[in-house]
Ligand binder design. Structure first.
Ligand SMILES: *Cc1c(COP(=O)(O)O)cnc(C)c1O
Length: 481
């Protein structure tokens, strides 16, 4: 018995074809027209199924067809539902068929994109150049595909830290350097986490107040920087948000870029989903200034619909990114030719050594649709959000809680209960369990909000209507009880 390959390639091939057919059938039925009763967005996983997955480490072999049976029975029906047009919770991409196929090809090659000289790395470099082109950053920028914007933001913070503090920070740590950074109070939670993981501490991140449109206040940012400088501290980074997670607000990137240039502070943009608006001719103006970023974090797995996971960081000064991460190790020597050529390697640009071939699914997805079609899809999502907002404004029991500038709609039932926060929270859980639609919740101006983020290319106006009709019916049901 040599190796793990099957004795019978024919049965593996047949199983593979069946898997492909089943998954394509499943994707083909994720349309708005499917009856909600047959196709719940989400359903709770029964305790028996949960228990069935908790088996000990298998000591002997199993038939892959039997494992696939379990996948169909126990996993597929209880997935989160973000391929469904009425999934509007958090910020989840919908995925595409071509992305799924690219994942299969990447797994078949089993490429390791940590480094060395091979074509998959050239493809990742191409995708990074495309990312820079999308937002107008120079084609000499460096970058990396990573798990998500959480990791991309982390890499940017570490790159800015190294750029300010010099080479000794990598061995000596931040100790008493006095580095401080700034982000709007509605910045994503991965920013303080990056400060924590970078050894800066979350207190070194100043939460700058936001204005009534949920954008970072420029006067407040300037005042905070002046205060810290007066106290002998060293402002080194401003994290602007392009598409905030709670309301979709976009900070004034151009003004912040100018301020950072004047103050000699690293200008980072968290554009996790919002950066994709750069592909829309109508929305692009809202991102003016993003091309001036020293670094940018965004996700291909959110609005660009690439299957999870596919985050991206782009750094204007390629040398700065390598300075922050590159190592010299005897067992990873770079050569002038042979398979160990092609320096710098991706492992010089981030914390991972072994890395999968994420670039293929990004390349195939962008290649299949083209950037213009992607921009239209982004526009379409925003049009659905505007339709939803209009519908909310027309319903006397509902109110909008934040302006709808992009694709996120925050609203609530504004009457019908003493404790409106609890009423709205319970209704969202009712809606999830009904299988009709899955929005999420957040807090806006101190009150509980129902939050619908239109990130899925499959979501249409009538999906928004079905969600509102479902919420109204469930509210009536609660009142009749
Ligand atoms: C989703 C999101 C993140 C985190 O990205 P992940 O890909 O989930 O790690 C960061 N910032 C914003 C604004 C986001 O919407």
């Amino acid at each position: 018995m040599a190796g793990l390959d099957p004795e019978d390639w024919g049965s593996l091939r047949a199983l593979g074809h069946r898997m492909l057919d089943d998954m394509i059938d499943r994707l083909a039925t994720q349309s708005s027209d499917a009856d909600p009763a047959d196709n719940p967005v989400w359903q709770p996983m029964p305790a028996s199924e949960r228990q069935a997955l908790r088996r000990p480490l298998p000591r002997g072999p199993s038939d892959p067809a039997e494992l696939y049976e379990q996948f169909q029975q126990r996993i597929v029906p209880y997935a989160l539902g973000n391929t469904h047009p009425r999934f509007m919770g958090w910020v989840h991409g919908g995925g595409t068929g071509i992305g799924m196929l690219a994942e299969m090809l990447a797994a078949g090659l089993n490429a390791n994109l940590g480094g060395r000289d091979h074509a998959p790395i050239e493809l990742e470099r191409t995708v990074i150049r495309w990312a820079a082109e999308m937002v107008g950053m120079p084609d000499t920028s460096s970058g990396l595909l990573v798990t998500g914007s959480s990791m991309a933001n982390m890499i940017a913070v570490l790159t800015a830290r190294r750029a300010w503090a010099g080479p000794t920070v990598r061995s000596g740590g931040v100790g008493s350097l006095g580095l401080v950074g700034y982000a709007g109070s509605s910045a994503h939670g991965c920013i303080p986490r990056a400060f924590d993981m970078a050894g800066l501490g979350t207190e070194a991140l100043r939460a700058v107040p936001v204005d009534p449109n949920h954008r970072m206040s420029l006067p407040a940012l300037e005042a905070a920087i002046a205060r810290d400088r007066a106290a002998g501290l060293h402002p080194f980074i401003v994290v602007a948000t392009a598409g905030s997670v709670d309301t979709g607000a976009i900070d004034d990137l151009d003004a912040i870029a100018t301020l950072c240039a004047r103050e000699r502070i690293w200008f980072h943009v968290d554009g996790a989903f919002g950066a994709l608006a750069a592909l829309s001719p109508t929305l692009r103006q809202h991102l003016a200034g993003i091309e001036r970023a020293d670094s940018l974090a965004f996700d291909f797995h959110k609005w660009a619909q690439v299957p999870y996971d596919a985050g991206c960081v782009v750094v204007r000064d390629a040398g700065a990114q390598a300075d922050a991460f590159a190592q010299t190790l005897a067992y990873l020597g770079r050569e002038d030719r042979g398979a160990a050529g092609n320096a710098p390697w991706p492992c010089d640009l981030g914390p991972d050594l072994s890395r999968g071939f994420r670039a293929l699914k990004v390349w195939m997805t962008l290649g299949t649709y083209g950037a213009d079609r992607m921009g239209e899809m982004v526009d379409q999502c925003c049009a659905v959000a505007r339709h939803l907002a209009a519908r909310i404004e027309a319903e006397p029991d509902l109110e909008l809680l934040a302006p709808v500038g992009l694709n996120i709609v925050c609203f609530r039932f504004c009457r019908g209960a003493d404790d409106l926060d609890q009423f709205n929270a319970e209704l969202v859980k009712d809606l999830h369990e009904s299988g009709i639609a899955v929005p999420s919740t957040t807090t806006i101006g101190g009150v509980r909000a129902i939050r619908a983020a239109i990130v899925n290319h499959r979501t249409q106006n009538h999906d928004a209507d079905i969600m509102i009709d479902g919420l109204l019916a469930l509210a009536a049901l609660r009142h009749s009880r």
